[in-house]
Design a binder for this molecule. Structure first.
Ligand code: NAI
Length: 480
């Protein structure tokens, strides 16, 4: 590798620290390391320009270096203003063979505590190589990079403000400004860019929802691969990942004793199930809100009280949103909470908690306890504690999911990127999930590290249940 042409991180001198943690993470990411070994010699991503918009953490560093090891030319940005680990970002720029003084890694545009304006600037840099060209594929988490390309192309085609700009008023104007500048300086930039993009591999529930909507409306400009709904992603990262990192965020943010407290989890999907396990593990009394009767029944049969938020707003001690939906905890709710109730979100976007409404409460006072922990004092004298300003607290107050579970997610990402360039794969303008044999492969790669021993079916047994001895072991409609 040569020297890194362009990048922007907080402090390149953190690279050695980052590298030491990346080394530890590699040991905990057997899926990614196995894929390096398997595909390294073939270089299936040789010369492909991959733009990644995904939390710039130590674990993501191992993904980036895996894509590079398979031949890709990678640029990266974070998909959240608070989620970057600055030492990881520095180490990726330095690269495994370079150093802070002689960086030889990948171009990263990410630091912890970006403004929204800086965030979208980073996404623009992500999508533009120094020679002016764009990516061949995108790794996305939440779909902001994909969104910008689609909004840009739509704006260029119609010269009218496209639908689908972020709903937050400030962010709306920032993205519109990005589009206007681009149209003035380089008309046709995003239309042209989209033509060279083979596809996007999308990491999370919210981003996947965006992709299906674009496909449904006939607006999708390139193939989407839904990584989230690989079983080895959503049933592991969303659930076991949150079980680990939610409690980590609450502890680092507040250090409050959780045992015995009343915790309210909004949403009992994959993330909600992990969140409940996280707080129950600490001895909290946990209740759940749900809109979907199936998930509500699951919660009830898991022994949880299913309530509406209004029923518990004045008795809850800890409130966590996990819905991927908007307007879950509103300013009025927070006005009625106990003194020093903790409010946080682990859904992808920051509109689950009505932060804008909170700021507008007459006479409210906001005090920073420390970065990403704020006390909001209401005029009646009671306060609440908001974590990460309503954004993903497991990444804002802690360091996100641990390496091992991210190895499952990122092995899916790597296989999805390889599959986009596989000449034998024919993809259209639609959204696809990876085939089950790859899902099972990802799981298989992680079993030895946990000393898990698989039972091998006999031929008679395999025939009896109608599968091959080597799998796949379930039909596609099986739900796990
Ligand atoms: P999911 O669709 O499995 O679960 C969301 C649940 O919320 C659904 O069961 C839905 O019925 C429920 N819900 C929707 N509106 C509601 C309302 N008004 N009140 C109560 N419940 C409501 O989605 P999943 O996979 O659990 O993801 C949830 C969010 O977490 C998404 O935004 C996803 O992108 C994000 N995510 C965050 C991670 C992190 O590290 N913080 C990791 C993985 C996903």
């Amino acid at each position: 590798a040569g020297s890194v042409a362009d990048f922007k991180v907080a402090d390149l001198s953190l690279a050695d620290f980052g590298r030491r943690e990346i080394k530890l993470a590699e040991h905990e990411m057997p899926g990614l390391m196995a894929l390096r070994e398997e595909f390294g010699p073939q270089q299936p991503l040789a010369g492909k320009k991959i733009a990644g918009s995904l939390h710039m953490t130590v674990q993501t560093a191992v993904l980036i270096e895996t894509l590079s090891a398979l031949g890709a030319d990678v640029r990266w940005a974070s998909c959240n203003i608070f989620s970057t680990q600055d030492h990881a970002a520095a180490a990726v720029v330095a690269g495994p063979e370079g150093s802070a003084d002689d960086p030889k890694g990948s171009s990263v545009f990410a630091w912890k505590g970006e403004t929204l304006e800086e965030y979208w600037w980073c996404i623009e840099q992500l999508l533009t190589w120094p020679d002016g060209s764009g990516p061949n594929s995108i790794v996305d988490d939440g779909g902001d990079a994909t969104l910008l390309v689609h909004l840009g192309a739509e704006y260029e085609a119609a010269a009218a403000v496209p639908e689908g700009l972020p709903s937050d008023a400030e962010e709306h104007l920032i993205v519109l400004d990005v589009l206007r500048r681009s149209l003035a300086d380089n008309p046709g930039k995003y239309t042209e860019m989209a033509k060279f993009i083979t596809g996007v591999t999308e990491e999370t529930t919210n981003g996947v929802n965006r992709l299906y909507r674009l496909a449904r409306d006939g607006k999708l400009l390139f193939t989407g691969i839904n990584v989230n709904d690989s079983v080895t992603k959503s049933k592991f990262d969303n659930k076991y990942g949150i079980r680990h990192s939610l409690i980590d965020g609450i502890n680092r943010g507040t250090d409050v004793m959780i045992a015995g407290k009343l915790a309210v989890i909004c949403g009992y999907g994959d993330v909600g199930k992990g969140a409940v396990a996280s707080l129950r593990g600490q001895g909290a009394r946990v209740v759940v809100t749900e809109a979907d009767p199936i998930c509500a029944l699951q919660a009830a049969m898991d022994g949880l009280k299913v309530v509406t938020l209004d029923e518990v707003v004045s008795s809850g001690d800890i409130f966590i949103t996990t819905t991927g939906n908007r307007d879950i905890i509103m300013a009025d709710h927070m006005a009625g909470m106990k003194h020093n109730a903790i409010v946080g979100n682990v859904g992808h976007f920051d509109n689950e908690i009505d932060m804008a409404g909170l700021a507008k409460v007459p006479g409210i006072r906001k005090t920073e306890i420390k970065p990403q922990v704020h006390e909001w004092a209401f005029p009646d004298g009671h306060s609440i504690i908001v974590l990460s300003e309503g954004r993903l607290l497991n990444l804002g107050n802690a360091t996100g999911h641990p390496s091992f579970v991210m190895s499952c997610s990122f092995a899916n990402q790597t296989l999805a990127q390889i599959s986009l360039y596989d000449p034998d794969q024919v993809y259209g303008l639609d959204v696809y999930t990876l085939p089950k044999y790859l899902d099972e492969k990802v799981a298989r790669l992680h079993l030895p590290a946990l000393d898990a021993h698989l039972t091998t079916l006999t031929k008679v047994q395999a025939d009896y249940i109608g599968v091959e001895v080597s799998g796949p072991f379930k039909p596609d409609h099986y739900r796990y």
